[in-house]
Ligand binder design. Structure first.
Ligand code: GNR
Ligand code: NI
Length: 174
């Protein structure tokens, strides 16, 4: 169990283009485990490696939709190594997005409603699937991180400035 520190804006590392993973080895699996611990600790539904300062194309996602009888979330973390968007739908969807690197700020982002994605899992096995709903939105948000793009890059300058201002005010107040 290792909860890592999450990089926040305006850290320049969030603008880096992450490098493809050459081989899914034990070091990558350890990174995935630490990223998963960090995501749960921060109550996020996804995390890209660059958000913990690692410039590699690795993503973890757990939408944590269901809850068990006891009210505890059912954990179903998924790792996506070298994820690639192969195709997107013409149909768009709007979702109020947040980001652990832009804490407690939300804005509506328009993205393709569905995307066909290819990736490697934690064993190096290739998968290809058409994603929709929140998973499609989250995957596009995470792949953006691998390319140095943040959700605030998809909104108007006015809204972006508002988000940054609110975050800075929140930080000052503690
Ligand atoms: O926890 C997160 N919630 C979220 C909500 C809507 C769209 C995307 C996300 S991802 C975000 C965690 C994060 O910052 N991942 O990079
Ligand atoms: Ni994010």
């Amino acid at each position: 169990m290792a909860v890592l520190e999450i990089v926040e804006i305006p850290d320049a590392r969030l603008r880096a283009v992450s490098k493809p993973v050459a081989q899914v080895d034990d070091a990558v699996r350890r990174l995935i485990a630490d990223m998963t611990d960090t995501m749960y600790d921060a109550h996020g539904i996804g995390l890209a490696a660059i958000q913990v300062g690692v410039e590699q194309r690795v993503v973890v996602i757990d939408l944590q939709a269901e809850e068990g009888e006891d009210g505890k979330p059912i954990r179903n973390p998924q790792a996506y190594v070298n994820p690639e968007i192969l195709d997107v739908s013409d149909e768009l969807s709007t979702y109020s997005e947040g980001c652990l690197s832009i804490p407690e700020q939300y804005a509506e982002v328009v993205r393709p409603a569905r995307c066909r994605v290819r990736w490697l899992d934690e064993n190096g096995t290739a998968h290809e699937e058409e994603l929709d709903g929140l998973l499609a939105t989250c995957m596009q948000h995470e792949i953006d991180h691998l390319n140095g793009v943040l959700f605030i890059d998809h909104i108007s300058r006015l809204k972006r400035d508002m988000v940054v201002k609110k975050l800075n005010k929140m930080r000052k107040m503690g």
